[in-house]
Design a protein around this ligand. Sequence first.
Ligand code: DP6
Length: 364
Amino acid sequence: MTEQQFIPQVYTKDITEGTVSWESPSNIALIKYWGKKKDQIPENPSISFTLNACKTTTVLSYSKKETTSDFDFKVYLDGEHKPDFQPKIKTFFERVLVYLPFLKDYAFKIETSNTFPHSSGIASSASGMSALALCLMSLEQQLQPGMTSEFFNQKASFLSRLGSGSACRSIEGDLIVWGENETVEGSSDLFGVKYPYAVHENFKNYQDTILLVDKGEKQVSSTVGHNLMHGHPFAAQRFAQAHENLASLKPILESGDLDAFIALIESEALTLHAMMMTSMPYFILMKPNTLEVINKIWAFRKETGLHIGFTLDAGANVHVLYPKSEAEVILKFIKTELASHCQNRQFICDEIGFGANQLIINKD
Ligand code: DP6
């Protein structure tokens, strides 16, 4: 597959107006994407669990315009007009115009809402960008009927990637690989693919409880962080390590070795933050409570032998990962011991999910 294959031929249908809607989930990386080349090409492969509860719902309404001079769209969050979202969507439209040449032909209304609280520190770019990309694909599908669902998903992931790298891993589930790696057949830098090998029962219904340690705006955005990997003294080793870790994960996922799984994902999370701390300029996104939580997780694991582990995204929140079979005791521990380290004692119970869903629009 090359980018060329996502440039459409002439559309066969003429659509004047309509509405489509998708809900698309967030995802949590186990092996992290951190560092990118031009056009949102990742420096290394990543793999993630698709989430289930944390998602964005987007309703896209479109009507054909008289002129096609420029983009015409308005964005709403929870019913409120959001002009400050405009630049990000405009950049996205510019990037994908060659693949969706109808974009300047329509006036769009983009209405979006998230299941997770606003400014919870949970990035909405993965779920938000993928939901928008899927809506645009639904319009393209009407303009060019007959595309396969495989192509639909692949192009939706490809477009999502151009909006936000990690968004390309939100279209499907339950484990998605993005970035070429020689041990994963079919893996691509252009879009996410379903992890194609055997996965042990232990990883089915895996739980992710997201501790909202810090709900504030991050001091350093992911985009800036990715860029700081250019010229980073440990970049080459880190990118090589991600390839190796993906290869090591394969026998772990197959055998269900939870101890090895935890060791690998915790190391990945701390490596991600180590890259931030060793960038120039350097920065720290963890907060004191992030470390408190990590230490408590380690002590509890040692004491009980339960398979509780953590990962981090580019922020202070902690994703507590554990198998469903141990959920009762671990959730009790989270409530009694970890919730006090969260802002307003807030945490979100999520688990592995299976990707985005199209929603039926009620015409009334
Ligand atoms: C730490 O996908 O948010 O969550 O491509 O610039 O939009 P952009 O970055 P983004 O980066 C996510 C980084 C991460 C790791 C990961 O999800 O793999």
